[in-house]
Design a protein around this ligand. Structure first.
Ligand SMILES: Cc1cc2nc3c(=O)[nH]c(=O)nc-3n(C[C@H](O)[C@H](O)[C@H](O)COP(=O)(O)OP(=O)(O)OC[C@H]3O[C@@H](n4cnc5c(N)ncnc54)[C@H](O)[C@@H]3O)c2cc1C
Length: 461
């Protein structure tokens, strides 16, 4: 099947307008607040989002029914990358984590009533939200099956009890999408359910802000307790016990939108390095003319181009309705490391200036580092990527063997038939049947395996 990676002119125009808006309106705000969104408070969020609405750039990923532009995953790549040029760009356009991923999930899974109550105000920027999956050890983290938060049946609803941490944006969120175990025991691969929990529910409480390396995401990373938190049946998102399946609806796309946004920061870091390298004179020449600096510049160009291509290809697969398990894992693992390398090289090229607060590189470095941990740590992805590759190889050997055996049997049979009836048709029929069977087996086995893999490496942002 041919792969078309070009964007519609309408999308290209939207990306260009986003780029202008971010440079003219958002970057000055980012500089004023040293990249820390919380420093500007609710007033900053409201101001930036009002400006984005005015510019016709708001919530580009949400369907027009809820006030957005309805961009598919592929078209999001270019617009989100331009928004990501500033740490505050995604907040301005209402495409920051975790709200963006939550909107995607709600559009896909929520009932009509839940969409009106939760998705519409979220898409309008009237409320914020958070996604609560990760728990302190020994609970859910890289392995979501370790989920310990439990929801127990009560009359007319459920009671949730458990402790979550690293819940981005929890402080001030209007509601939480909480993953809780409704059947089975920690370690079991199924039995989770997603619940929509209002902030006003007396059973949920933000108990602390966790001090972290990164500070740009609005609402911080919080520890949240669910204690005797009673919710009605209508709070169940989708169906009971299907939480892990819905997490996949959110996870693949959310990983890719993180890649897009951080690519914007990588490009900005590279531009800072290029500008510095062109103006800094040392050892009788421009830094830009020295080979080792050129090597770093070239490596960063390669990292950016490769990360963009991998992300785009994975998004194309998601748009085709494919699972994208392998391609999103590859794109995420590569991009998280590539973005880090690009920012680190830019800082190196700038020397002490890079370490200083006179350019935002030290801030960028702190912001991009956790991306190697959330959305599935790099090691979890590498583990899953390798296992799929090993299985694919084993399957193709098995199938080659099966095809060979079938063919040999077919040849023998056909020879016999030809001898008996002078009929050569048999050979072809046998071969087609053998091929169909091998292909069918491979597909069925592959699908099962993908479903199992998708359940591994959690990370919900
Ligand atoms: C900035 C930030 C924001 C976050 N926001 C949210 C949020 O909004 N909501 C939410 O629910 N969670 C959030 N998280 C949590 C995030 O999802 C988890 O940190 C992540 O899933 C990893 O879980 P863990 O921290 O418990 O690490 P652990 O599961 O304890 O893993 C520790 C380390 O083990 C290694 N490892 C993992 N798998 C393998 C493997 N197969 N082989 C070898 N080594 C391996 C990796 O190096 C990993 O870093 C956030 C985390 C961060 C850092």
């Amino acid at each position: 099947m041919p792969v078309d990676l070009s964007h519609d002119p309408r999308v290209t125009e939207l990306a260009e307008r986003t780029a202008r808006f971010v440079r003219e309106v958002v970057v000055p705000e980012e500089e004023r607040h040293d990249g820390v969104a919380a420093a500007g408070g609710e007033a900053l969020r409201t101001r930036l989002q009002a400006a984005a609405k005015q510019a016709g750039l708001f919530a580009p990923h949400v369907s027009p029914e809820y006030g957005g532009h309805g961009l598919d995953m592929r078209d999001r790549t270019t617009v989100f990358e331009e928004a990501g040029w500033s740490l505050f760009g995604p907040l301005a356009l209402n495409i920051a984590a975790p709200d963006e991923g939550n909107m995607h999930l709600l559009e896909a899974v929520a009932s009509a009533a839940q969409k009106e109550r939760y998705l519409r105000p979220l898409a309008q920027g009237e409320v914020r939200s958070c996604f609560a999956m990760t728990e302190p050890a020994p609970g859910a983290g890289s392995d979501p099956a370790a989920l310990t938060t439990r929801a127990t049946r009560v009359t007319g609803g459920w009671r949730i009890d458990g402790r979550k941490w690293f819940i981005t944006g929890a402080d001030g969120a209007g509601f939480t999408i909480c993953m809780a175990r409704t059947s089975g025991e920690p370690g079991d691969r199924g039995g989770a359910t997603m619940f929509l929990v209002d902030a006003a529910n007396p059973g949920t409480k933000v108990v602390r802000h966790i001090s972290t390396l990164d500070e740009s995401l609005y609402g911080g990373h919080c520890e949240v307790v669910f204690d005797d938190c009673v919710v009605p049946d209508e709070a169940v998102l989708g169906e009971v016990d299907k939480g892990y399946e819905y997490a996949q609806v959110r996870l693949g796309p959310a990983r890719m939108t993180h890649c897009m946004r951080w690519l914007g920061i990588a490009r900005r870091a590279q531009q800072i390095a290029l500008t510095r390298a062109a103006s800094r004179e040392l050892f009788g020449s421009r830094l830009a003319d020295l080979g080792m600096a050129q090597g770093m510049i070239a490596d960063s160009e390669i990292d950016i181009a490769a990360a963009r291509a991998l992300t785009l290809q994975a998004c194309w697969e998601l748009d085709q309705g494919r699972s994208g398990a392998q391609s999103t894992a590859i794109a995420k693992a590569f991009t998280a490391e590539a973005v880090w390398r690009v920012v680190d090289r830019a800082l190196q090229i700038c020397g002490s200036l890079g370490v200083s607060g006179d350019v935002p590189l030290n801030r960028f470095l702190r912001e991009v580092r956790p991306f190697r941990i959330y959305d599935g740590p790099t090691e979890t992805h590498r583990w899953a990527i390798a296992r799929r590759a090993i299985r694919r190889n084993e399957q193709s050997h098995g199938n080659d063997q099966a095809r060979g055996d079938e063919q040999a049997r077919g040849n023998e049979q056909a020879r016999g038939a030809e001898q008996a009836h002078g009929n050569a048709q048999t050979h072809g029929d046998q071969q087609v049947r053998g091929d169909q069977q091998a292909h069918g087996d491979q597909q069925a086995h592959g699908d099962q395996q993908i479903r199992r893999d998708q359940q591994a490496h959690g990370d919900p942002r």
